[in-house]
Design a protein around this ligand. Structure first.
Ligand code: MN
Length: 233
């Protein structure tokens, strides 16, 4: 059976709708995985999910509650979903312990970093004076370049400068344990992180799911993730 990839979901503040952009699902299908949507739930439910899935895809969405990394909310902080934060932090920490491959996109990369004990900029425009990363426009428009660090997992198929889309107003500040930086943008914002161990654990600040059908190197990210999940079973 192909690898089963669990995808976390977004939702409304009032809890009436659970949703996910189809681009995430399509990217996993194109890479040969079985996408399984994971609504936020209890720790017990997270354990059940982990028994079923071979890999975890942490998707984009609103902001992580800064209190979860030891800070009070500041100006510029966006929408917070308490249930989603708690669920994703727990399932990520458990997936790391269990050695399940993880692909973490945008908010997902921020969740991965906080789950590993790292911190975030609550708003990079206010805290870093950076205006590069949230331009609006089409989700698949390449907006800035990132410099891939050689010797990293990403560097195995991405080289030098790579054009990416950008839809974030937060970023990784201090790195979590067992993680390293694998790409930065020209203004110094961390654009990709990865695990230092053997398991495929990759976080990207851009949205490769919107680019995978246009750029082979972005499709390759999903392919390698699904292969890693397949091997780990
Ligand atoms: Mn960016």
């Amino acid at each position: 059976m192909p690898a089963v990839i669990g995808l976390t979901c977004d939702g409304d503040l009032d809890g009436r709708r659970i949703y996910l952009n189809a681009a995430y699902v399509n990217a996993i299908l194109q890479a040969g995985g079985i996408p399984l949507l994971l609504p936020s739930g209890s720790k017990k439910m997270a354990e059940e999910y982990l028994r079923i899935i071979d890999g975890l895809l942490l998707t984009g969405g609103g902001d992580v509650d800064p209190r979860l990394y030891g800070e009070e909310p500041k100006g510029g902080l966006g929408r917070i979903l308490k249930e989603r934060d708690e669920f994703e932090l727990y399932i990520t920490q458990r997936a790391l312990v269990l050695g399940k491959p993880i692909l973490a996109i945008c908010r997902g990369m921020q969740v991965l970093n906080v789950a590993a004990g790292g911190t975030l900029y609550q708003d990079i425009a206010r805290e870093l004076g950076s205006s590069l990363h949230n331009p609006g426009g089409p989700r698949n428009a390449v907006h800035h370049r990132v410099e891939i660090r050689s010797g990293t997992l990403l560097g195995q198929w991405l080289e030098g400068q790579v054009g990416v889309n950008s839809m974030h107003h937060q970023a990784v500040r201090s790195l979590g344990q067992g993680l390293r930086v694998s790409a930065t943008s020209e203004d110094g914002v961390i654009e990709a992180i990865e695990g230092t161990g053997e398991v495929f654990v990759v976080g990207v600040q851009w949205h490769p799911e919107e680019l995978a059908h246009l750029y082979p190197e972005q499709h390759e990210l999903f392919k390698r993730f699904v292969v890693a999940a397949d091997i780990s079973t």
